[in-house]
Design a protein around this ligand. Structure first.
Ligand code: V47
Ligand code: SF4
Length: 352
């Protein structure tokens, strides 16, 4: 730990061995203090949040990831796909709010054609040109390429034309073949996820990156995941934020697994801040962590709380106890009550 502390204070890069040592250590207070030191060195007391809205256009998905409670077959009760009228209705709900970002993701539904994706983005952009469209994970981009027979590069060109400006970080899960084979064999794995994200970066589309933790992964696999992302970031510089995602087991095929502890949640935030030295932002995603753990995470290395969300569906079908959305006031209060300064941002972390 002494050696790691020295490296952190001197702004030196931690290696794989250091990362494993951090995961093996029980000294959460020390790890948290170091991560908070790095966060404060960059941002002082500032904490970012965004006025955003999530739109989950369909929950029909054929991938059947074992950790997912959200996806349904099309004949199952509760299966839905938004018509454009439905999307307009969702957008109308927030017409009086200063939405700065739409986060748009959904399942892989065989009945939706490429034009739907294209026209959906155009509709959203036309309705609110002020907001950034952050849409589709690498998983959806791979699917779009398959159903349209277009190359990934062409898909990006077309989606950019329709209004796509950024991509969320989902679908990475744990970038590891063992986990891929066990938990999401039908979905794209490490190689394809990295290939698509790299292509996005080369097209000038910034993306986030995530890590789904708290299921069957080992410390070594988490460390490998962080190193892989750091390596791609060295190459492209196209990642904006990293978001550790806490696994929620309820209503999934992994419901026998106990939820991660708060200490583990904080450790994942802190270690990602310390190891991902080339990522500007570490997000404490309050939807999955819960409002109050997310608030504590702001003192353990996170500099961002994500946003207002309005209505979250994916984690709430898996038993999340947090609210489905928060007002600007509530987000600001969470930050202020931690002794920090709320800073409203756009998708690219420009202060508003
Ligand atoms: O890829 C699915 C995860 C992800 C469960 O980029 C689950 O700003 C927990 O990527 N328990 C989608 N997690 C969410 C996502 C995201 C969220 C917020 C912000 C951003 C961003 C990205 O949700 C999926 C998967 O890893 N997920 N099921 C579950 N039961
Ligand atoms: Fe489908 Fe995404 Fe759920 Fe996997 S996590 S089953 S890809 S909706």
């Amino acid at each position: 730990m002494k050696n790691i502390e020295k490296k952190v204070k001197n702004d030196e890069r931690l290696n794989l061995e250091d990362c494993l040592k951090l995961y093996e250590s029980d000294d959460i207070i020390k790890i948290g203090m170091l991560a908070d030191f790095v966060k404060k060195r960059r941002y002082g007391k500032k904490v970012f949040y965004v006025y955003n809205q999530h739109l989950n256009y369909t929950n029909i998905c054929f991938n059947k990831c074992l950790f997912c409670a959200y996806s349904k077959d099309k004949t199952q009760e509760g299966a839905y796909t938004f018509s454009f009228e439905d999307i307009e209705k969702e957008l109308k709900k927030t017409k009086d709010y200063p939405i700065k970002e739409y986060h748009i993701v959904g399942g892989l539904n065989k009945d939706i054609e490429f034009d739907y994706y294209f026209d959906m983005l155009k509709l959203v952009k036309k309705t609110n040109p002020e907001a950034t469209i952050k849409a589709f994970t690498a998983v959806e981009i791979d699917h779009l390429s398959k159903i349209s027979n277009l190359s990934i590069d062409t898909i990006f060109d077309k989606l950019k034309e329709a209004g796509l400006e950024m991509m969320p970080g989902g679908g990475a899960e744990i970038l590891n073949d063992r986990i891929h084979n066990k938990l999401f064999p039908k979905k794209i794995g490490k190689g394809r996820w990295l290939e698509i994200v790299k292509k996005a970066h080369l097209k000038g589309i910034r993306t986030n990156a995530t890590m789904l933790y708290g299921h069957i992964e080992t410390k070594e696999e988490k460390a490998e995941h962080l190193m892989t992302l750091r390596c791609l970031q060295d190459e492209t510089g196209g990642f904006t934020a990293f978001i550790p995602l806490k696994f929620h087991p309820k209503n999934t095929k992994l419901s026998h697994i106990n939820e991660s502890s708060i200490l583990e949640d904080l450790k994942n935030i802190s270690i990602s801040r310390l190891v991902l030295d080339n990522f500007d932002h570490i997000k404490a995603y309050w939807i999955m962590l819960g409002e109050y753990v997310a608030q504590i995470a702001l003192l353990f290395g996170a500099d961002d709380l994500d946003g207002t969300i309005i209505e979250e569906k994916i984690t709430h079908t898996a038993g999340a106890m947090s609210q489905k959305g928060l007002t600007k006031q509530k987000l600001e209060n969470l930050i202020k009550k931690a002794g920090l300064i709320p800073t409203m941002r756009d998708s690219f972390y420009n202060e508003i």
